[in-house]
Design a protein around this ligand. Structure first.
Ligand SMILES: NC(=O)c1ccc[n+]([C@@H]2O[C@H](COP(=O)([O-])OP(=O)(O)OC[C@H]3O[C@@H](n4cnc5c(N)ncnc54)[C@H](OP(=O)(O)O)[C@@H]3O)[C@@H](O)[C@H]2O)c1
Length: 321
């Protein structure tokens, strides 16, 4: 907890980055296909809106509730001057069947994938598990995204073979990784389910950093990084408010002094489409904006990255995935 509190107030996690303006600093996305998870709300919706302004070929907006997805698509389209093809793909990251169907739907509609943004997430939720039996936060934030990426990988790699390609995978992590329990606890779901909810969130966000770094080691033709977006008051904090009503009247208003939702999307946008390919360090973990945390123990440990990857593959194999 002390490490988290230190990270939260550490100005290095908020300043020292580059200045970024999505209107001017995002590249022209003509011909590019984008898929984003959790695109219906918070940072994911804002990220989709800003990317949509730069002429992508197609955006697949993944969300678990149709009405929320369609509302988001309508409001994004109403906010931009040009018509952009944004298609909802149903996706519930706690369900392997839903993830499989989402990728089938994607493959029926697209032959290429240039930008994959693994944005969806839950935080500090009550105990629960996914249909694979994984702790609910690690299972949603890490395992669900791992399976999604695994099923999209052939398309990502094929796109990366094209001349002048620039394929990117951006994983939304958090300074909350400082709350994670020991690494061995990540790989023991029964043990993980017994630690407190903040530590479980920490494990899931540490796993996002480990996954992004390991993906870059295994598939260097893809640029894969993890980003902390800042502290932004979104629906992510609802479960804390529900669990601790006191939070709503004390800490929650304080979050209003964090970044705005538009600013909270900057680091994802920079990593996905702002930074030039040669200016981004493959496998790195960045705090806002584009500020490389080269000493991050999860991004730099090839050993932990390999262990988490192999463990996740084994867990999926148990379910014939
Ligand atoms: N906000 C912050 O201060 C902060 C700080 C550090 C890191 N982050 C990270 O940033 C990312 C985006 O968070 P946010 O602040 O934008 O939160 P948010 O507003 O709560 O959005 C989260 C998104 O994830 C989706 N989602 C949740 N569970 C899902 C599931 N099982 N299957 C598919 N989609 C699911 C939500 O869908 P529904 O609308 O259907 O629930 C929503 O679209 C998260 O990964 C979070 O960990 C945020």
């Amino acid at each position: 907890m002390a490490a988290f509190a230190t990270a939260l107030v550490n100005p290095c996690n908020y300043i020292g980055g580059i200045s970024f303006n999505p209107d001017n600093d995002i590249q022209d996305l003509t011909g590019k296909t984008i898929l984003i998870t959790g695109g219906n709300a918070g940072l994911g919706k804002e990220t989709t809106l800003q990317l949509a302004k730069h002429n992508p070929e197609k955006i697949f907006l993944c969300a678990r509730t149709e009405s929320k997805a369609q509302d988001a698509i309508q409001s994004i389209q109403a906010a931009i001057s040009t018509k952009v093809d944004i298609t909802w793909i149903p996706l519930d990251l706690t369900s392997r069947v839903s993830i499989q169907k989402a990728t089938e739907s994607f493959h029926a509609q697209s032959q290429r994938l240039d930008i994959l943004i693994l944005n969806a997430g839950i935080m500090a939720t009550p105990p629960g598990e996914t249909d694979l039996g994984h702790e609910i936060q690690l299972g949603t934030n890490h395992t669900g995204h791992f399976l999604l990426t695994k099923l999209l990988l052939p398309t990502l790699l094929k796109t990366a073979e094209e001349p002048n390609s620039d394929v990117r995978v951006v994983s939304l992590a958090s300074v909350g990784h400082n709350l994670a329990p020991s690494f061995s606890t990540f790989l023991d779901q029964e043990k993980l389910k017994k630690v407190n909810t903040n530590a479980r969130y920490g494990a899931s966000k540490a796993a996002n950093i480990l996954f992004a770094a390991e993906l870059s080691r295994r598939y260097p033709s893809i640029t894969s990084v993890s980003v902390h977006p800042g502290i932004i008051l979104t629906d992510l904090y609802n479960s804390i408010g529900q669990r601790t009503p006191f939070f709503s009247v004390t800490s929650k208003p304080m979050l209003l002094f964090g970044s705005s939702i538009p600013q909270g999307a900057y680091n994802s946008l920079w990593a996905a489409a702002g930074a030039k390919k040669e200016d981004i360090v493959n496998g790195a973990y960045y705090v806002p904006v584009g500020n490389w945390k080269r000493d991050n123990k999860y991004a730099s440990s090839a050993d932990m990255g390999k262990q988490l990857w192999d463990w996740t593959e084994m867990e999926l194999a148990k379910a014939n995935l």
